[in-house]
Write a protein that binds this ligand. Structure first.
Ligand code: XUL
Ligand code: CO
Length: 438
């Protein structure tokens, strides 16, 4: 057994809100039941391998600052295997039940696809052993179809058919290893599936190709018997000027247009929704309304910055709003809360990884409890129900049942004279109501 990477940190325990120990949970108590289900099962936290194990703190103006004493800085398989052990030491000490990865996060890319697949197999063997040893599970896997320069024009939407073929081969392998590791899902995030200028872009052709790639994935999923859930993760821009999966509504439209909707759900990320000019609740509600809210990449952006800062979520108001939507849809099934978030460049010590995740987990534990209390109280849902009461009987019920047309509605209003005055939306009252619980 290799020396511990975090020798000064033992398993993070729940010590309750009065604890002043920064390496303890104040609110997240995995085994505690909230409304009949443990916090562990409600929240289904995942650690993102790319940020937590591969993030260096580099930015466009300077190199990485992160101190990671276990990492020898080489792109070797041996280093990747050492890193995998460290990842599981971290996730086990943290007590998160899941992790997520891209193929290229866990194993180095080789000179050829054969070599890359061989490298991946070597690391997947270790991941499998570590999963077995710790009971930690794979929430979802994915293929990195955006870092290698071959994907400069996109992957599924590349103008070059060879690049499309490479992407398909890479997804095939990533699906196989996700299945091998018992992954509960598989994510498609189209980082370069978009454009920088429409002057050089045949948008219709690119969208047709992207749909082809996804149909091939659906076919292959059936062929190998992979039972995990497919997700699309919307993001409007960055790295490209425009990404086709720009928000939840755009993804749903694309999936419907290409007859893919029954095979996919959405993985909604807070900072991606805000980049699209929405709140995360907006995208969560949009997905949930279509029966397609699958999983969440939990993070937050900086309201002063216009890019994907991927910060750990600590805002109780935000976690409450997210958990209200999750609880309303009946909770996660295959999905969970994956911390697609990174420590700041200035937070360069290994222990900062613990502070970051503990904070995010505590913030969601509070969000869960607050949202549960709001639902139990019933005033919020009651208000919304009452607001639409005119649809529960009479003419409203007829419209909803499809039993009224223009003529009947005209007759109705001619008899009635005018529509009854509406009642107040009471936004401020409702905002105050939420704050009663926070
Ligand atoms: C990038 C992003 C990705 C996806 C997986 O903004 O969120 O890491 O979550 O490819
Ligand atoms: Co993400």
């Amino acid at each position: 057994m290799a020396a511990a990477a975090f020798p000064d940190v033992s398993a993070i325990k729940f010590e309750g809100p009065i604890s002043k120990n920064p390496l303890a949970f104040k609110h997240y108590n995995a085994a505690e039941k909230v409304d009949g289900k443990t916090m562990r099962d409600h929240l289904r936290f995942g650690v993102a391998y790319w940020h937590t194990m591969r993030g260096t703190g580099g930015d466009p103006f300077g190199p990485g600052t992160a101190l990671r004493p276990w990492d020898d800085g080489t792109n070797s398989v041996a280093n990747a295997i050492k890193r995998a052990h460290v990842a599981f030491e971290f996730i086990e000490k943290l007590g998160a039940p899941f992790y997520c990865f891209h193929d290229r996060d866990v194993a180095p890319e080789g000179a050829t696809l054969q070599e890359s697949n061989k490298n991946l197999n070597a690391v997947v063997r270790v991941l499998k052993e570590e999963q077995k040893r710790t009971g930690i599970k794979l929430l979802w896997g994915t293929a990195n179809l955006f870092s290698n320069p071959r994907f400069v024009h996109g992957a599924g939407t590349s103008c070059n058919a060879d690049v499309f073929a490479f992407a398909a081969a890479q997804v095939k392998k990533a699906m196989e290893v996700t299945m091998e590791l018992g992954g509960q899902g598989y994510v498609f995030w189209g980082g370069r599936e978009g454009y920088s200028t429409l002057l050089n872009t045949d948008m219709k052709r690119e969208l047709d190709h992207l749909a082809k790639l996804l149909h091939m994935a659906v076919d292959y999923k059936k062929e190998i018997g992979f039972k995990g859930q497919f997700y699309i993760e919307p993001k409007p821009k960055e790295p490209t000027k425009h990404q086709y999966d720009s928000d939840a509504a755009a993804c749903l439209n694309f999936l419907r247009q290409y007859d893919l909707l029954s095979h996919f759900k959405l993985n909604i990320e807070t900072n991606h929704a805000t980049l699209a000019g929405h709140t995360v609740q907006h995208d969560l509600e949009t997905a949930a309304a279509a029966g397609a809210l699958g999983s969440i990449d939990a993070n937050v952006g900086d309201p002063m910055l216009g890019w994907d800062t991927d910060q750990f979520p600590t805002d109780i108001y935000l976690t409450t709003q997210i958990m209200l939507v999750v609880l309303k849809m009946g909770g996660f099934t295959t999905g969970g809360l994956n911390f697609d978030a990174k420590v700041r460049r200035e937070s360069f010590e290994p222990v900062d990884l613990f502070h970051a995740h503990i904070g995010g987990m505590d913030a969601f534990a509070r969000g869960l409890k607050i949202a549960t209390a709001i639902r139990k109280d019933g005033r919020l849902a009651g208000f919304v129900k009452h607001r639409y009461a005119s649809w529960d009987s009479g003419i409203g019920a007829k419209v909803e049942a499809g039993k009224a047309g223009f003529k009947e509605l005209e007759d109705y209003i001619l008899k009635k004279g005018d529509a009854a005055p509406c009642v107040s939306g009471r936004q401020e009252y409702l905002e105050n109501l939420i704050n009663e619980f926070i």
